[in-house]
Design a binder for this molecule. Sequence first.
Ligand code: NDP
Length: 322
Amino acid sequence: MSPHAIIAPKAGGPEVFEYVSTERPVPGTGQLLVKVAAAGVNFIETYQRSGVYRVRYPFTPGSECAGTVEAVGPGVSGFAPGDKVATAEGSATYADYTLLDADKALPIADGVSLEEAGALPLQGMTAHYLINDSYSVKPGDTVLTYAGAGGVGLLLIQLLKLRGATVITTTSTEEKAALARAAGADHVLAYEEVPDRVREITQGRGVEVVYDGIGKDTFENSLKSLKTRGTLVLFGGASGQVPPFDLQRLNAHGSLTVTRPKLADFLLDPEERRWRSAELFDLVAQGKLHVRIGASFPLSEAGAAHTALESRATTGKVILVP
Ligand code: NDP
């Protein structure tokens, strides 16, 4: 059977996805041909599919996967057919086969399954740079983050607890609240309880840092939850993008810092990639970090996976399995 891939011929809803026959790609200089075992589904692909982020159509989504190296292109060293690799920085990973730049391939630690390896790198390395670099979390800090049962959310909570922080999060349902608590969250609130309950929990002070991946609906309350000189890390817009903002308000609210980071700027070279991914894979292998795969869809049902993610129906990670 010829290999298959998902394409979006134009911008639109999840129904634009088509499952089509393709040629098996041939690796160019510095590239690996990877047989995909699991492709991670991420929010960014919904923005690309719908046209919120500009891409060229026809478009095959996907930047995250894990799989087996089938062939190596000219000039590749350090990888051979049969190796298991993962990536957060591939392209067109919603496919049976994908081409991957060898310097963006991550070795997978023993004890980590290909499903876990396809589910972890993008959201895991995001959580890693958020707590280490966007704001460096210290033991004893109190942190607010939203969507505590989501993909980034569950990983973030676990990493924050390993760091010794107190974690406040929100979820939209009681089932999701139970998952966030099981991951270690100290306080699980409804969205409408922010910022008042956050102020109560922190005896009026506010939190050191808010990690906000929801954007439009939460941004104002994130500002109101911070302590003087606190940091708001706006890392996504699951509810929509935040409109233009008057910088003078940072002064009025207590000399606040706002940053709007993206993962690519925290994976600048192979050393940085290896550092972040090795720490995460090692934590999984040691049983200290749990990767929850909340839903696994056949590759041909990528549209259903997007519908589930956009309608808040998912918990943890969503993967596609060819
Ligand atoms: P999640 O698994 O967290 O899914 C999104 C969750 O957001 C939902 O499950 C829902 O949880 C919550 N939510 C609140 N309001 C809405 C809304 N209006 N529509 C949809 N969901 C809503 O997704 P990810 O972990 O993949 O991504 C989380 C965020 O992180 C996204 O904004 C994404 O773009 C961002 N991101 C940013 C990166 C970066 O480097 N800047 C890298 C990776 C991800 P609940 O029902 O509990 O409210």
